[in-house]
Design a protein around this ligand. Structure first.
Ligand SMILES: C[S@@+](CC[C@H](N)C(=O)[O-])C[C@H]1O[C@@H](n2cnc3c(N)ncnc32)[C@H](O)[C@@H]1O
Length: 277
């Protein structure tokens, strides 16, 4: 059964023509797990198939949103970051990057990037910046970092001469090794000023290889690339950067909020925050 308020079918929805609701999309499957309303039968079918492979998937995605909150709050409050480039944004949910940053510093600016047109449609409708803290959105592909960096919205929203928080949460597993994800991250980091930070998460088979193998297979069967990586294969994304304490760690253990500590091995992802010297 669809969740209350969820899209029952595609026939009566005001769906922009470029959005194909017949094939599952990562952002909408993720929205389904998070209890949002912006998903269709194909997304729910894949979401359920993945939940069969990994019954704790909803806990996992909520843990990922919580990591986003902790990392962006840390960067804004403790590291003085006032502008963010968030790639692989997802459909707006509670606690988006600008919500977290602007709670600490209302002048924080954010450029959101996602390759799914439905994300852009919802982002434009739901995520409003302010005159003091503008937000902007572009549809672009992480696999083409040069295209992202040369988009006029980058110069229009961010000052690349000043430190930027580059946020890559819950998106690296959509890149295949053939996409050369290390080069992609390095290209983005190279374009940022010293004092910038990288926030990155990566799902991993290290804690429950069988479940993650089944999850990846279900996702791939649904047409969505899914590449969990070991710690050794995740570390190189931070090459040349200075990891802040506690380092690249099981995501649940990255500066957990007091009283909200989780079993480190219950969330199958690594998370880290690092400074560009
Ligand atoms: C699992 S959601 C993560 C959302 C959000 N970052 C978070 O942590 O809550 C992954 C998002 O990455 C986007 N995505 C997947 N591959 C991408 C690519 N190659 N370029 C840009 N965005 C991509 C999907 O459309 C989806 O919105």
């Amino acid at each position: 059964m669809p969740e209350p308020g969820a899209n029952e079918d595609t026939g009566t929805q005001q769906v922009p023509p470029e959005i194909n609701t017949n094939v599952p999309q990562s952002a909408r499957v993720y929205d389904y797990w998070l209890g949002g309303k912006d998903h269709f039968p194909a997304d729910r079918a894949l979401g359920d198939a993945i939940a069969e492979a990994l019954p704790t998937i909803r806990t996992q995605v909520r843990a990922q949103r919580a990591f986003l909150g902790r990392a962006v709050r840390y960067l804004t409050r403790d590291a003085g970051i006032r502008q963010y480039l968030d790639i692989g944004t997802g459909i707006p949910s509670a606690g988006n990057v600008h919500d977290v940053a602007q709670e600490v510093a209302p002048e924080s600016r954010v450029l959101y990037v996602d390759n799914d047109p439905i994300v852009l449609a919802h982002a434009r409708a739901l995520m409003a910046g302010t005159a003091e803290g503008p937000v902007a959105f572009i549809q672009a592909d992480l696999r083409e970092p040069e295209t992202i960096l040369s988009d006029p919205a980058v110069a229009g929203t961010l000052d690349l001469d000043q430190p930027v928080g580059l946020v890559l949460i819950g998106v690296m597993h959509h890149l295949r090794d053939d996409d050369d994800p290390r080069r992609i991250v390095a290209t983005l980091v190279d374009a940022l000023a010293p004092g910038s930070y990288l926030v990155l998460s990566q799902s991993t088979p290290d804690f429950d290889p069988d479940a993650m193998r089944a999850l990846a297979a279900a996702s791939e069967q649904g047409g969505i690339p899914n590449v969990p990586r070991s710690l050794a294969d995740t570390e190189p994304f931070f090459a040349g950067l200075e990891l802040v304490e506690p380092g690249l760690v099981p995501m649940a253990t990255w500066r957990p909020d007091p009283g909200a500590e989780q079993d480190p091995r219950s969330v199958y992802a690594y998370g880290g925050v690092a400074r560009k010297p």
